[in-house]
Design a protein around this ligand. Structure first.
Ligand code: FEO
Length: 389
């Protein structure tokens, strides 16, 4: 792929990875991704903002063939998909210096072995003159590691944001335009990667309000040329607002839990409550994470395996706890053969989810009328709570 000019003296570099389907050996990438680096050439100094995943080192090397000098490499985030090829750039440009936050300095040394004498740290708000262009560095921690910052180029009204406001999506054009599927991909990205840091992101978004920009250039996904769209979406996602939505991750072994889930879905639907259910042996875990961005309530459905929850429920519950969604209410339903501690064990898995527990319904064997009545009562309780917002 060739470097492409965004503004005079500002070029996109990197690689659109249409075929990648898994990130961090965990996160599904149904639409691929991209690794974006940006070359900014001022009248006196030239910088590269971020690099690319080590798997794409050859592409970056080729794109830099015609670039005679790089003075600084701006490392906005030390994770390897953006920093992994910085050592190659340092080797090619022997006078170049890495610029990053103090926390990133430690990480770049630890993860990549970059010599400390090749790293210069910047303070929050510090500027760097490139001659006729200026870079301002703004600390934005936890998007998505603690060391992250964004870079503002006021002369060209561009905000370089690395992971922040990005999306895992491969596209043929450089710009997001007003395509709704870009916001959908950005929501998946937020859900899977950013959601645990929701409160910190609220603060980071406030810091961006002081800046005037026409373009947001993240290091994954297309450039936002209608920045208000992604900022507005983020405002909504990180807000404390929840929607009239119940998320039900579940699995069933012999049909009892499935029958309970189906009954509850119908009961909630009759009561005007929207439901999304996720059968955990087949579900796209990213879709489940997306549903958790806005959901008011989670109902976890599990059969009992060796007295505890099914392992897939255990895994999904752990993931939901790590993502720290803004859920307000929770319940556990399921079934068992002769004894169960599934409720106790699931409850112990979700210390980060500060939700009010609306009830548990556990059924021995096949669900009968008393179980369905208990599920109806649970649906009533959920509806009553949802009517309050
Ligand atoms: Fe795209 Fe947190 O790395």
């Amino acid at each position: 792929m060739k470097a492409m000019e965004i503004k005079k003296g500002v070029h996109w570099m990197g690689f659109v990875d249409w075929n990648r389907r898994l990130f961090d050996s965990l996160i599904p990438l149904p639409d691929g991704t991209s690794y974006n680096a940006f070359l900014v050439q001022g009248s006196e100094k030239t910088v590269l903002i971020d690099a690319v995943d080590p798997a794409m080192a050859g592409v970056l090397k080729h794109q830099l063939d015609t670039v005679k000098k790089i003075d600084y490499i701006i490392s906005q985030h030390a994770e390897q998909d953006h920093s992994g090829t910085i050592p190659l750039v340092l080797e090619k440009y022997s006078e170049s210096i890495v610029i990053c936050t103090p926390k990133a300095k430690d990480l770049l040394v630890d993860h990549l072995g970059i010599p400390v004498e090749r790293i210069q740290t910047v303070a929050d708000g510090e500027t760097l003159s490139l001659g006729d262009k200026t870079l301002r560095f703004i600390y934005t921690p936890w998007v998505h590691w603690p060391e992250t910052m964004v870079t503002y180029l006021p002369e060209d009204r561009i905000l370089f944001s690395c992971d922040f406001l990005g999306s895992h999506i491969a596209m043929s054009g450089l710009y997001a335009g007003e395509e709704p599927y870009v916001i959908e991909a950005a929501k998946r990205y937020y859900a899977e990667i950013m959601m645990p840091f929701r409160k910190m992101i609220q603060g980071n978004l406030k810091k961006l309000q002081e800046l005037e920009f026409d373009l947001i250039a993240p290091s994954h996904g297309p450039i936002h040329d209608h920045p208000e769209r992604i900022l507005s979406a983020y405002d909504d996602w990180v807000s404390d607002k929840v929607s009239n939505l119940v998320v039900i991750p579940y699995i069933s072994m012999h049909g009892s839990t499935e029958a309970m889930v189906d009954h509850l879905v119908a009961a909630l639907d009759e009561r005007g409550v929207t439901v999304q259910k996720f059968e955990l042996s087949t579900t796209d875990i990213g879709k489940l994470a997306m549903a958790l961005v806005d959901a008011a309530t989670i109902v976890i459905g599990t059969p009992t395996v060796h007295v505890g929850p099914h392992p897939l429920v255990f895994s999904a519950t752990h993931l939901a706890n790590v993502l720290r969604p803004k859920l307000k209410y929770a319940a556990i339903i399921g079934s068992y053969g002769w004894a169960t501690k599934a409720v106790v064990q699931i409850s112990g898995l979700i210390p980060n989810i500060k939700a009010e527990v609306l009830g548990t319904v556990m059924c021995k064997g096949q669900p009968q009328d008393d179980t369905f009545a208990a599920l109806d009562a649970l649906a009533d309780a959920i509806r009553d709570k949802h009517l309050t917002f």
